[in-house]
Design a protein around this ligand. Structure first.
Ligand SMILES: [Zn+2]
Length: 244
């Protein structure tokens, strides 16, 4: 049995096989980096939305009010929108009465606020008014929201959020805004890691040590810094033939 550990450039693989291994390692590293940057993007999107929920107080923001017909005589639909960078809340109310507003309700309603149709209980006449409020946070796009049913009533309920003191942590994902924020934060990490990724890919392509950049040849361990050339266990090692 011959021992390969004694020869410094002993061949655990031919140059072609080493190149193939390096290519595989480069792809594996890239996949892992992209995956982790996505995980970071999701985490940061949640963190930013929750920090904004704690920091931004919309009660001091003057609302824009719109009104519209509900299709029932005497009934009115009123939408109040308060918004500033990274935060918005929408209060939607339907009742019998009159509200003066030159602004139409429907164009004022953001696409993420699910108040375009009446609640069943109100539609069927079980309640004489409906009142709902959606609070959203996120930057650069609103990413998470919570919905309160009857926010000013005694039976106020909260969906898709957690109340902490007088703050509301939103939990319900706003699909488009969430995707944009995750993409922004993930890409930011990839750009920051860009030089490191390029150096790693370049060293693998030139068959150099990932630690110090020393040319490896066929060595299984870097002759310069001693770093192990990690070969995946899943790659089968060819048996050495008698004439190799
Ligand atoms: Zn090295």
């Amino acid at each position: 049995m011959r021992s390969e550990s004694h020869s410094p450039s002993g061949p655990p693989g031919t140059p072609a096989r080493r190149a193939e291994q390096n290519r595989r390692r480069a792809w594996r590293g890239l996949r892992r980096t992209v995956l982790w940057s996505l995980v970071f993007g999701v985490g940061t999107t949640f963190a930013v939305a929750w920090i904004l929920a704690g920091v931004v107080n919309l009660s001091t923001v003057k609302p824009i009010t719109g009104s519209g017909e509900t299709g029932v005589a005497g009934e009115v639909w009123v939408v109040h929108v308060r918004a500033r960078s990274g935060a918005a809340s929408v209060l939607s109310q339907r009742f019998t009465g009159r509200v003066r507003s030159d602004i139409a309700a429907r164009p004022l309603l953001p696409s993420w606020a699910p108040f375009g149709v009446k609640q069943p209980a109100y539609e069927q006449g079980a309640t004489f008014y409906e009142s709902r409020r959606a609070s959203a946070r996120g930057w650069p796009k609103l990413a998470l929201m919570a919905v309160e049913e009857d926010p000013y009533g005694n039976g106020s309920t909260l969906n898709g959020g957690i109340r902490i003191g007088d703050r509301l942590l939103p939990l319900r994902v706003i699909p488009l805004g969430f995707a944009v924020d995750v993409a922004v934060y993930s890409c930011a990490v990839l750009i920051i890691l860009g030089p490191w990724i390029l150096r790693r890919v370049g060293r693998l392509r030139r068959n150099e040590c990932l630690g110090c950049g020393y040319p490896l040849g066929g060595a299984g361990r870097c002759p310069e810094c001693g770093r192990e050339v990690d070969e995946p266990a899943s790659v089968p090692q060819p048996l050495p033939g008698p004439h190799r």
